[in-house]
Design a protein around this ligand. Structure first.
Ligand SMILES: Cc1cc2nc3c(=O)[nH]c(=O)nc-3n(C[C@H](O)[C@H](O)[C@H](O)COP(=O)(O)O)c2cc1C
Length: 141
């Protein structure tokens, strides 16, 4: 069974609901899935998974959340990451997704295979939640 890990930071719940829908999609597609807030996640949750999803809001001047998500993500800088399939997801208030564009390039530089992403303004709508589910299914292929 394929293992999928979904790790995110959320305070207001907008990113969390995306995480839940990615989880549902990956579960439906038959994977063994874990979903964790980053403050409960370990490096091994990522290294032991076949595919992963990372989520964050745009915070602190159009960047991923800086106090917990940033140090977690930074750990992968010096690992090979094996071209592992990765989905990135997030929410912004006003940057129009600029933080996501930077994050995608960064994770590609770190050796991940970014197979999809979703960025929403504040709370996701129904169509965006469907896309999140689809991204979850995609991680299992
Ligand atoms: C303290 C704080 C800082 C924020 N900084 C930014 C920012 O720099 N750029 C931006 O586009 N949105 C910013 N936002 C808006 C959040 O990205 C947006 O509300 C998002 O949906 C929050 O996700 P969450 O509900 O999962 O916590 C900020 C929100 C808060 C509360």
């Amino acid at each position: 069974m394929r293992k999928v890990s979904i790790i995110y930071w959320s305070n207001g719940g907008n990113v969390e609901v995306l995480a839940d829908h990615i989880f549902q999609g990956a579960k439906e597609a038959g994977a063994e899935v874990i979903v964790k807030h980053v403050n409960e996640a370990s490096l091994e949750d990522v290294t032991s998974a076949d595919a992963v999803a990372f989520g964050s809001p745009s915070m602190d001047n159009n960047r991923i959340e800086q106090s917990e998500m940033e140090p977690f993500i930074n750990q992968f800088k010096l690992l090979s990451n094996e071209n592992k399939n990765l989905v990135l997801f997030g929410s912004f208030g006003w940057d129009d997704g600029a933080f996501m564009k930077e994050w995608i390039v960064r994770m590609q530089d770190y050796g991940f295979n970014v197979v999809g992403n979703i960025t929403v303004k504040e709370a996701p709508n129904g169509k965006e939640l469907e896309k999140a589910k689809e991204l979850g299914r995609m991680l299992v292929k």
